[in-house]
Structures are given as structure tokens and as C-alpha cells.
Write a protein that binds this ligand. Structure first.
Ligand code: NDP
Length: 272
């Protein structure tokens, strides 16, 4: 079965819109962008469109590529103190002269809808999540929408980034899966992924997961997005894995739309 993130996300956006229409305060989301990264521009445009549709005020704070770190931190501080801003995110990647950890730590944990402030990372790690990163949150919601059992199952996460792999592993663990995390130094990837009942891949290498990596009947979640010749490709070789998987996400139309829907949801929650 194809896990249709696009349709699920649409339904979630409709519910959010409905809820926001009954709220006294209009949720406000600040997006801080440094420089003019082409991919970031695309992601921000998608966020703007989605926010407008559900009734969230998105304020884009766009700073020059050369902005000094202190100025960026001062702008974040202003947004922390701004009552009309309930959620805030700093679009990554940041230019090399900026200390990413310092910047992410500066976002008020109560407005940190991306869940990248170490306070929120820590709360997830101790099993008391507040704001969590949107992509792994979207993966979990998609698994729940398709009623995939998680407790006691072998979950393998390929990729250990702070944005996807690590928080996803923490969320699966919190739901009592037996979790294995793979990365670039993992020896014999096939042997590990073959044991997965739930296989989630967030690497950024198009088509790297082939049928020999996947157990028959496994649930396969493809987080990867890479542009190849003008088309978006996932990390899973969809055509050969789909026939043996019980459930699989397509790229595009799988995890991507869920990510944006979860950002909207976290912003609405921050405002509430
Ligand atoms: P990163 O580059 O930060 O992390 C990639 C991870 O993959 C690393 O942990 C790396 O290991 C691991 N890796 C690299 N090569 C291999 C290999 N041969 N075998 C096993 N593991 C390997 O990427 P992100 O987590 O930020 O993103 C991953 C993918 O997900 C990208 O395609 C990105 O575009 C996509 N993405 C999609 C989103 C969505 O909304 N759908 C949102 C965010 C990301 P190591 O740590 O050892 O280097």
C-alpha cells in the first residue's frame, strides 16, 4: 500500500484551518533566513503558501549572507520578545561564519516550532517531548494514520542527522520499537536493514535502498529528497521495493507534505 502523505497532509491542514478560525489569536510564525540559498527559497515559499491557506501570519526576516552573528542573535531576541510571534524557525543551512548551535539555542524554547533548541532536543531525549522536528513528527503521524503497529517491532533508521535520523529514532523508541540507527560507518547495511519491520531512510542518496535491503512485508518510509535531472528522487528504489513492502511512501508526495503540515500544527499549538 502506498502511504499517501499528500492526502493525509491535506486533511490535517483542513483540520488546522478549522481550529485556527475559532481561535481568538491569529498564530504568527517568524521565519529567519540568512542569505539567498535557492533550496531555502523554495522551502520558504511552500511554508508561506501553507501558512496563508490555514490562517497563520508568516513573517519572513531575511538577512544578508554576510550578516554578523551578533546581529542575527539580536534579531532572534527581538522575535522572542514579540507577542505577535508564537513560533519561530531559522532556515538552515546557515552561512559558514555563523555558529549554528549558538543560533538555534537563542530561539525561545517556547517558540521553537522546529524543535532544534537543545532544551527541546533534551526533552525529547528524556521522553517528555514538547516541540519536535517536523519531519520525524510527520513520519510518526503517517505511520499512525496507516495504523502501523510500532510497539515491539524492529525499526531501523538509516541516517543520524539532528534534523531527521536522531529525533526519529528517539520517537520510535518512545513508542517502544526496538530501534537500530545506521550511518555512513555502518558495516553490512543490508544485514541490518533486512531485519527491519519498519525501515526509515534519511540519507540523501537517490535509490540507495534496493530490494535486497528490505524484508518482505516491511513498512518503508523514504525521507530522502534529491533533485535528479529536474525530478525529485527518494533514497529508496521505489519500483523494485514497492512489490515486496507492505507499505511504502512515494517521493514526492510522501513525507515532504507531512513535514509542512506538522510545522503548521506546531505553530498552532504554540499560539494556543
Ligand atoms: P544529512 O546529510 O544531515 O545526513 C545524512 C545521513 O546519512 C548521515 O547521518 C550520514 O551518515 C548518513 N549516510 C550517508 N551515506 C550513507 C551510507 N552510504 N549508508 C548509510 N548512511 C549514510 O541529511 P538530512 O538528515 O538532513 O537529510 C537526509 C535526506 O532527507 C536528504 O535527502 C534531505 O533532502 C531529506 N530531507 C527531507 C525532508 C522532507 O521533508 N521530506 C526534510 C529534511 C530532509 P554520517 O552521520 O556517518 O555522515
Amino acid at each position: 500500500m502506498i502511504m499517501d502523505g499528500k492526502s493525509v497532509a491535506k486533511k490535517i491542514r483542513q483540520d488546522i484551518k478549522q481550529e485556527i478560525s475559532g481561535m481568538k489569536v491569529k498564530p504568527g510564525l517568524a521565519v529567519v533566513q540568512v542569505g539567498d540559498n535557492a533550496a531555502s527559497n523554495v522551502y520558504i515559499r511552500l511554508k508561506e503558501k501553507a501558512c496563508k491557506e490555514v490562517g497563520i501570519d508568516l513573517r519572513l526576516v531575511k538577512l544578508q549572507e554576510s550578516v554578523p552573528e551578533e546581529r542575527l542573535l539580536a534579531d532572534i531576541e527581538k522575535l522572542n520578545d514579540d507577542d505577535r510571534i508564537h513560533g519561530m524557525l531559522v532556515q538552515l543551512p546557515l552561512p559558514k561564519h555563523i555558529n549554528v548551535e549558538r543560533v538555534l539555542s537563542a530561539v525561545d524554547p517556547d517558540k521553537d516550532v522546529d524543535g532544534f533548541n537543545p532544551v527541546n532536543v533534551g526533552l525529547l531525549a528524556v521522553g517528555e517531548p514538547r516541540f519536535v522536528p517536523a519531519t520525524p513528527k510527520g513520519v510518526m503521524r503517517l505511520l499512525d494514520e496507516y495504523k502501523i503497529p510500532i510497539e515491539g517491532r524492529n525499526a531501523v533508521v538509516v541516517g543520524r542527522s539532528n534534523i531527521v535520523g536522531k529525533p526519529l529514532a528517539a520517537m520510535l523508541l518512545a513508542r517502544h520499537a526496538t530501534v537500530t540507527i545506521c550511518h555512513s560507518r555502518t558495516k553490512d547495511l543490508v544485514e541490518v536493514t533486512k531485519r527491519a519491520d519498519i525501515l526509515a531512510v534519511a540519507v540523501g542518496r537517490p535509490g540507495m535502498i534496493k530490494k535486497e535491503h528490505v524484508k518482505k512485508g516491511a513498512v518503508v518510509v523514504d525521507v530522502g529528497i534529491t533533485e535528479v535531472d529536474g525530478n525529485l528522487k527518494g533514497d529508496v528504489a521505489f519500483d523494485e521495493v514497492e512489490p515486496i513492502a507492505s507499505h511504502i511512501t512515494p517521493v514526492p508526495g510522501g513525507v515532504g507534505p507531512m513535514t509542512i503540515a506538522m510545522l503548521l500544527e506546531s505553530t498552532k499549538e504554540a499560539a494556543k
